[in-house]
Design a binder for this molecule. Structure first.
Ligand code: FUB
Length: 449
């Protein structure tokens, strides 16, 4: 009977489109590309509305361009475990979209009076002219089902919608088309209530897309990607009211050090902490139109200005010591002797491995929750041609030694289990150090009883 229930549950999970991921690190979604991540807090949970890059199918001629045919929505209550609620809108179920265009670009979603309004750009079909329109799909729950409106919003040509509902209930639609526009929305959230106007005093060149607007302590933040040099970096301007006048205020994130041309973001407060959601081409380093969502913490200065966010692999949230701790998403590494590579370059979604190549090389992974119960063992997933020794410590390379793991020589990946002599309580940083003479590749570390 138990077996039957388990099999039924697995079948339900596989067929309901529900995917439950236990991931704390960047990128946050690890089984598909997720670009342009808009995060919103609804009913005490964070909902993520990204766009969905896919490798171009045969019939899409532009192999070097963005290719997106649908949207998924994901949710999380701790920013580490994400549930995929499946496809909510597809180019095939919106009758104004050109279904050859694969152009379901950056979306947004807001709630009003218990209804959820999902805004998305896409190329219109011949009946509606040319270029990008912005449509709305409406649902009773953030995870859908969403019903697309039969027509795109009248009077709007552009991409990357963002909607702000101000304290007085007035809603504003921001979007872009080489400049950033704003217009009032009617109470029905489906029609414009004013002519779109261009937001003035922003950079004259290199501002193409991606506005995201929010309010904090009476300051309205208009945040946007801008090409100051070679690729997009995230910048912001501030104002006393949703339509401005805005004044350029600074940089939120520098341009990608590895050349991902786009960056697209959203900023949200959740349980008293602010977060920057953004994207990077982690799983597709050779093609920057296949991107993945990331999260890092964001902080304000006392005067309301935003501190620059330095992107991390570690991301946010606690990782349980009993989960597989992917130390390749490290917080810090020693100056020498550590390198990172994909486990399988033909399937990058299998993730990364870290190579400790020199005695005393170390890798640190922040914020591991060891709980209150004594742990007795550690498992490490490793590969070492000549065999070696790893030390497992907490907090620093000079910190408390939990145990040593003898790594056997071998030509295949293996999981080595070893007793630990110390088990810390609470949250600590995990440090793995190479003590033997020979290199070791590590996939993950996991503690247990
Ligand atoms: O994802 C397609 C486009 O690339 C988005 O709409 C832009 O913001 C940029 O990220």
């Amino acid at each position: 009977m138990k077996k039957f229930i388990l099999i039924s549950f697995i079948f339900y999970v596989l067929t309901s489109g529900l995917f439950i991921g236990l991931y704390a690190q960047n990128p946050i979604i690890r089984n598909q590309f997720t670009a342009d991540p808009t995060a919103r807090v609804f009913n005490g949970k964070v909902y993520l509305f990204p766009s969905h890059d896919i490798p171009a199918p045969e019939r899409f001629p532009r192999k070097d361009w963005f290719c997106m045919e649908d949207y998924h929505v994901f949710s999380s209550s701790n920013l580490t475990e994400w549930t995929d609620h499946g496809v909510i809108v597809s180019q095939y179920n919106v009758n104004w979209v050109d279904t050859n265009s694969f152009s379901m670009w950056a979306p947004d979603c807001v709630e009003r009076n218990g209804k959820y309004y999902f805004y998305f750009p896409a190329n219109v079909n011949a009946k509606y002219g040319k270029g990008f329109g912005i449509g709305v799909a409406v649902a009773d729950k953030p995870e859908g089902p969403y019903v697309p409106q039969p027509e795109p919003i009248k009077g709007v040509r552009g991409i990357d919608p963002c909607v702000l509902i101000d304290e007085d209930g007035q809603a504003y639609l921001y979007y872009s088309l080489n400049r950033i526009f704003v217009a009032k929305l009617k109470e029905n959230m489906l029609e414009l209530d004013s002519e779109p106007v261009v937001i003035a005093n922003l950079p004259a060149k290199g501002l193409i897309e991606g506005p995201f607007v929010f309010e904090r302590n009476g300051i309205y933040y208009l945040t946007y990607p801008h090409v100051e040099n070679k690729t997009e970096r995230l910048e912001y301007a501030i104002a006393d009211s949703p339509m401005g006048p805005f004044k350029v205020a600074g940089v939120i994130m520098d341009e990608s050090p590895t050349g991902c041309w786009t960056n697209h973001h959203s900023i949200v407060e959740y349980n008293g902490q602010w977060y920057l959601f953004y994207h990077h081409n982690d799983y597709s380093p050779k093609f920057d139109k296949n991107r993945s969502a990331r999260i890092d913490s964001l902080f304000f200065n006392a005067d309301g200005t935003i501190r620059k966010v330095v992107p991390t692999l570690r991301g946010v949230g606690l990782t349980s010591a009993r989960d597989r701790i992917e130390i390749d998403r490290y917080s810090q590494i020693s100056d020498k002797g550590v390198s990172l590579a994909f486990i399988d370059t033909l399937n990058t979604f299998k993730g990364w491995k870290i190579r400790l190549g020199m005695q005393n090389a170390w890798v640190k992974y922040n914020s591991v929750d060891f709980g209150n119960k004594k742990l007795k063992s550690v498992n490490v997933r490793v590969f070492s041609l000549s065999g070696s020794v790893l030390q497992i410590k907490v907090d620093s390379a000079d910190g408390l030694l939990l145990g040593e793991v003898k790594i056997p020589s071998g030509v295949e990946w293996t999981t080595v289990r070893s007793r630990i002599k110390n088990s810390p309580k609470g949250v600590h940083h995990l440090v793995v150090i190479l003590k033997g003479d020979n290199p070791v590749e590590v996939d993950w570390v996991q503690f247990g009883d």
